[in-house]
Ligand binder design. Structure first.
Ligand code: ASP
Ligand code: MG
Length: 420
C-alpha cells in the first residue's frame, strides 16, 4: 500500500487571517500528496479556555465569550471571500451550534473532561474553514476528523497517543497514498469515545504521531520565526537561528521549556529516524532548522530557555523525618495527582523544594494535601532560566542583578530559579 510521505503542520499564526491563508496556499499549491495538520486560528485556544472557565463556573460572561468566538469565525470566513461561501458557512454553523449546545448544557464536575470537549472546537473550526478555502483555490482535499484517527489515553488536557490503537485507523484513513488530507492537530479520542487534547501547543505532537504511524519521510512545522532560535526572539534581542539539531538536543530543549516544539514531538520521530524541518511560512525558501540523526557532536552556541510564572514550593516533614525515598515518593505522588508540572527540584536532609508551573488550577488543593504531613512554604511569580552550553558571559547576562533561589549546573546545562 502506498502511503503519504510528507506531513506539514501549520500553527495558529500561519492562518491568522485571509492574507496568511494565501501565504499557506503558496506553500502547498505544488504538493500533490500531503497531510496537513492544522491548529486553531490565532489565539482561539486562549479564548476557548476562558469560555471553559466561565462555563464551568456558570458565569454570565460565558454567553459573551461564546458569541465572540462564533462571530470571530463567521467574520473570518466572510473575510476569506470564497466562492463556496454558503457551503463553508453551513459546515461552520453545524460546529458552532454544537458548541452552543454544549455551553447551554450542565457541566459535569470533571473540569479536564469539559475542557477537552470545548477547547477542541478551535481546531474543528479552523480545519473546516481551511479545507473550504483550499477548495475555493482549486485544491481538492479530504478533511479528516482526527478524533477518528488518533486514539489516546484518558489523561484529559495532556493525553498521550496510544500507538497500538491508533495504528489501524490512521493507516486506514490516510492509507490511500494520494491527495491532500487536512486534519486537526492537538485533538484525539480516548478509547471510551471522549474527546481528548494533547497539551497546549500539541499540534506538533499530532504531526509527529502521524509521521510515526505512517513511516513518513519528513515532518515540516511552519512557524512565524525563521526556525529554532537559541532564545525566544520576543525575549532576547540577540536570538539567532540554529541550523541543525540532533533529536536528543531537540528533546532536551523542549523538555527544558523551549516553546518552539511540544516536548512529546521528537521521540516518535527519533524512533523511526524521520527528520523534522522547522521553517518560516513567511520565507518558505529559506532553510530553517533541521532536526535529524547526527553522527557527529554538535557544537552549539549558548541556548537560553525561559519559563515564567514559576512557584517554588518548599516542603519539610513535620515529624522531623529525613527527605529520603519514602517522603520523596509521597510528594511526587501528590504532584502527579494534582497535575503539577515540576521543573526543577532540590533537597537537603530535612527539606525538599520544587518549582512548578504557576498556572495549575489544583494548586490550592495540592498545598492543602501537602500540609497534612509537611510544613509548606511557597514563593510565586519566579522565572526559571536554563542555559544549554553556558559560558560565564551567558550566565552573567541572565542572572546579573537578580536574586538566585536555586542554581544547578551540569557539564552542559546551567539552570537558575530567579526572583524577578
Ligand atoms: N491550538 C492549540 C494551542 O494553541 C494547539 C496548538 O496550537 O498546537 O495550544
Ligand atoms: Mg494554537
Amino acid at each position: 500500500m502506498k502511503i503519504i510521505k510528507q506531513i506539514y503542520k501549520f500553527g495558529g499564526a500561519s492562518i491568522k487571517n485571509a492574507e496568511a491563508l494565501i501565504n499557506v496556499v503558496k506553500i502547498i499549491e505544488n504538493e500533490k500528496d500531503l497531510i496537513i495538520v492544522i491548529s486553531a486560528i490565532d489565539k482561539t485556544t486562549n479564548e476557548l479556555e476562558k469560555l471553559v472557565n466561565a462555563y464551568f463556573k456558570d458565569c454570565d460572561s460565558k454567553n459573551v465569550l461564546l458569541n465572540n468566538i462564533c462571530d470571530f469565525h463567521t467574520n473570518y470566513l466572510k473575510g476569506a471571500f470564497i466562492d463556496n461561501y454558503d457551503e463553508a458557512l453551513s459546515k461552520l454553523n453545524i460546529l458552532l451550534s454544537e458548541l452552543r449546545n454544549k455551553i447551554n448544557s450542565q457541566p459535569t464536575n470533571d473540569y479536564d473532561l469539559e475542557y477537552d470537549a470545548i477547547v477542541s472546537y478551535g481546531e474543528l473550526f479552523s480545519s473546516s474553514i481551511f479545507s473550504e478555502f483550499l477548495k475555493h483555490k482549486g485544491i481538492s482535499n479530504s478533511l479528516i476528523d482526527a478524533r477518528q484517527a488518533l486514539i489516546t489515553d484518558s489523561n484529559h488536557r495532556d493525553a498521550k497517543i496510544n500507538w497500538q490503537n491508533s495504528s489501524e485507523p490512521v493507516k486506514n484513513i490516510f492509507g490511500t497514498g494520494t491527495g491532500i488530507f487536512i486534519t486537526q492537530g492537538f485533538i484525539g479520542r480516548a478509547s471510551n469515545g471522549e474527546v481528548t487534547t494533547l497539551g497546549r501547543e500539541g499540534s506538533d505532537y499530532s504531526a509527529s504521531a502521524l509521521a510515526y504511524l505512517l513511516n513518513a519521510n519528513s515532518v515540516t512545522i511552519w512557524k512565524d520565526v525563521p526556525g529554532i532560535m537559541n532564545a525566544d526572539p520576543d525575549w532576547c534581542s540577540f536570538a539567532e537561528k540554529l541550523d541543525v539539531l540532533s533529536y536528543l538536543e531537540a528533546i532536551e530543549l523542549a523538555f527544558f521549556g523551549a516553546k518552539i516544539i511540544h516536548p512529546k514531538t521528537i521521540k516518535p520521530l527519533e524512533n523511526k529516524d524521520i527528520p523534522m524541518y522547522v521553517k518560516s511560512f513567511k520565507n518558505p525558501d529559506e532553510t530553517g532548522t533541521i532536526i535529524k540523526k547526527l553522527d557527529y557532536k554538535l557544537k552549539l552556541i549558548p541556548v537560553y530557555i525561559l519559563k515564567t510564572n514559576q512557584i517554588l514550593i518548599s516542603i519539610s516533614p513535620k515529624d522531623f523525618s529525613f527527605i529520603v525515598e519514602e517522603n520523596i515518593s509521597k510528594i511526587f505522588g501528590l504532584f502527579a495527582q494534582y497535575k503539577a508540572k515540576v521543573n526543577i527540584t532540590q533537597n537537603s536532609a530535612v527539606s525538599f523544594s520544587a518549582s512548578i508551573d504557576g498556572d495549575n488550577r489544583y494548586f490550592k488543593a495540592l498545598i492543602g494535601e501537602l500540609q497534612k504531613e509537611f510544613y509548606v512554604k511557597y514563593n510565586t511569580n519566579l522565572e526559571l532560566v536554563t542555559i544549554r552550553y553556558y559560558t560565564d558571559d551567558a550566565v552573567h547576562k541572565m542572572t546579573n542583578g537578580k536574586k538566585i533561589l536555586i542554581e544547578q549546573k551540569s557539564r552542559s546545562t546551567a539552570r537558575f530559579l530567579l526572583q524577578c
